[in-house]
Write a protein that binds this ligand. Structure first.
Ligand code: FES
Length: 132
């Protein structure tokens, strides 16, 4: 199966507290964008793009990313560390790209994604109805 083109949207607006002072914070999404781009480039994975975006409305759980692709469920994931989770994000994005509809089997999901999933949203193309 051909792997679809997918996008990792990374919130670059999140502030991560570095101490008690209100002005003591960093914005880890900014570094995460560069890290992910470099790792994907090293792997030759041109089918996954990394796009920095403003707020994904999960501001209390930085870093926050969304995995999206045509005809795939979109996943919103938070509580990601730009250093320790970068490889897991890449791995999850590649599994997401290889999946038929964006739903990666639970056993194939990295631990950070199992813990950090905030929401999943169906693709606009979903036509099957479920009983409420
Ligand atoms: S500022 Fe990052 S989710 Fe709101």
């Amino acid at each position: 199966m051909d792997e679809a083109t997918v996008t990792i949207f990374v919130c670059v607006s999140c502030r991560r507290s570095l101490g008690d002072a209100e002005e003591s914070f960093d914005q880890p999404g900014r570094g995460l964008v560069e890290t992910l781009q470099a790792r994907l480039r090293d792997r030759g994975q041109a089918n996954v793009t990394v796009t920095p975006v403003d707020c994904l409305a999960v501001c209390k759980r930085p870093c926050t990313v969304a995995l999206a692709g045509a005809d795939k469920w979109t996943y919103l994931i938070g509580d990601l560390d730009p250093c320790s989770h970068a490889e897991e994000i890449v791995s999850a994005a590649l599994s997401f790209a290889a999946s038929e509809n964006g739903i990666v089997p639970w056993r194939e999901r990295p631990a950070s994604f199992r813990k950090g999933v905030i929401a999943r949203v169906p693709p606009i193309s979903v036509s099957e109805a479920v009983d409420p």
